[in-house]
Design a binder for this molecule. Structure first.
Ligand code: 6PG
Length: 247
């Protein structure tokens, strides 16, 4: 089915409401999973409010930490102590502050020295977790995949016009040179791996995002517009980010 027709758009008042709504959806998904659950996190500024809220009540007590595994959709080739590390940010804002077992946290191993090697190791980690090397649309890999959009339309580390956008087989790719500053190498999940989820949730906040959201919703062929899900595809925006007539 066409991504355009399947996208649900939800607009909330402000960034506080965005964090609350995202936390509610995350808790609903991991609870619904019954047993083990998998969440794929994202970097960027839009999820920061959500991450902070997860470490606070009522959400802190609502997440079944023992059962949830945390992955990352993309990361930069920098140590976790670097402010540019997505997993470093997630740890600082919530994973280090809650009872998330260490074994449930799946960082992209940047100790692998070069992005292709790190991509291979991360694909292995995901495949071991999933228990197969091929994704089955009736049994998605993730319960929830969080996403963001950059002002050029990139999502995860999938940049406009990159050949990585056409990857159909591999789950994870090394990105030798990012499409924007800082030009450090990155590792990214591919569109098919990200799509293997019960829900894909884009978190978009602030007036600075209105123009790019407008382009995505208008049907321009941008990476974020290509992202789809086996399950629900939801774009959660605060009012400032919502283009006119968004809902
Ligand atoms: C990253 C992200 C990236 C992000 C967008 C939006 O590490 O950069 O994973 O895809 O979601 O760049 O970022 P902002 O929310 O900061 O605008």
């Amino acid at each position: 089915m066409d991504v355009q027709t399947r996208r649900q758009v939800i607009v909330v008042d402000d960034n506080r409401a965005l964090a609350e709504a995202a936390a509610r959806r995350l808790v609903a998904r991991v609870t619904q999973a019954g047993g083990r659950a998998a969440v794929c996190l994202t970097g960027g500024t839009s999820p920061e409010g959500l991450y902070r809220r997860l470490a606070e009540e009522p959400w802190r007590s609502a997440v079944p930490w023992d059962r949830v595994h945390w992955f990352m959709g993309d990361d930069r080739f920098v140590p976790e102590t670097d402010p540019l590390s997505n997993m470093g940010m997630a740890r600082r804002l919530f994973l280090d502050r809650v009872k998330a077992p260490r074994r449930n946290i799946h960082p992209i191993d940047i100790g692998a020295n070069y992005p292709e090697g790190a991509a291979r190791l991360y694909a292995e980690d995901l495949q071991n977790f999933y228990g197969a090397e091929r994704l089955d649309p009736v049994r998605p890999l993730f319960d929830l995949v969080l996403m963001g959009v950059g002002n050029d339309g990139h999502t995860a580390s999938l940049f406009p016009n990159s050949p990585a956008l056409n990857e159909k087989e591999k789950w994870v790719l090394g990105v030798a040179k990012a499409g924007m500053e800082p030009f450090v190498p990155r590792v990214t999940l591919t569109l098919p791996a990200l799509a293997s989820t019960h829900e894909m949730l884009f978190l978009i906040e602030g007036a600075g995002k209105r123009a790019i959201v407008h382009r995505v919703f208008a049907g321009e062929d941008l990476p974020a517009a290509r992202a789809c899900a086996d399950g629900e595809l939801v774009w959660l925006l605060d009012r400032a980010a919502a283009p006119e007539g968004a809902t």
